[in-house]
Design a protein around this ligand. Structure first.
Ligand SMILES: [Zn+2]
Length: 151
């Protein structure tokens, strides 16, 4: 079992898989990536990384290609949520090197689109993904923490 991979270690891993330098990866894709091991994500030799809090953009890396996508979540049952990709965009490993601004814009656009779906919880005053909201005003954590007391 691997340690949770995030921060600089994630950037290093992505760079290794794509056979590029850390700086190339940072310039094109930025930081904040953490390794995710959701079995429902289609297999990619280098794995899938996710960025943003709450989660906004997914990055899949293989040797010669990479995929950027928005994060989709689906409830599989009580307390079980699975991740999938939407709006996938595939790039070649050279794009990281020669078109960093293209990738940077794609990450920003996907993140922006996802952020537009986020909701505000009036009880704990945090931003949440729509899947994590119990109703229009309260997140699920608050609904279970405070029960019927929240309106
Ligand atoms: Zn809340």
């Amino acid at each position: 079992m691997e340690q949770e991979l995030s921060g600089r270690a994630s950037v290093r891993r992505i760079a290794e898989v794509l056979d590029l330098s850390d700086d190339d990866v940072l310039r094109a894709l930025g930081g904040g990536w953490r390794l995710t091991e959701d079995p429902l994500l289609s297999s990619y030799s280098g794995g899938w990384f996710v960025t943003g809090e709450p989660m906004q953009v997914l990055l899949g890396v293989g040797g010669s290609t990479l995929t950027l996508a928005r994060v989709g979540l689906r409830w599989g049952g009580p307390g079980t949520v699975s991740m999938h990709t939407t709006e996938e965009r595939e790039y070649a490993h050279e794009d990281v090197l020669y078109q960093p601004e293209l990738l940077g814009e794609a990450v920003e656009e996907l993140a922006r689109k996802t952020r537009r779906t986020f909701r505000w919880c009036r009880t704990c005053r945090t931003v949440n993904r729509p899947e994590d909201m119990q109703d229009r005003l309260n997140c699920m954590a608050c609904a279970s923490e405070y029960g019927g007391a929240v309106n």
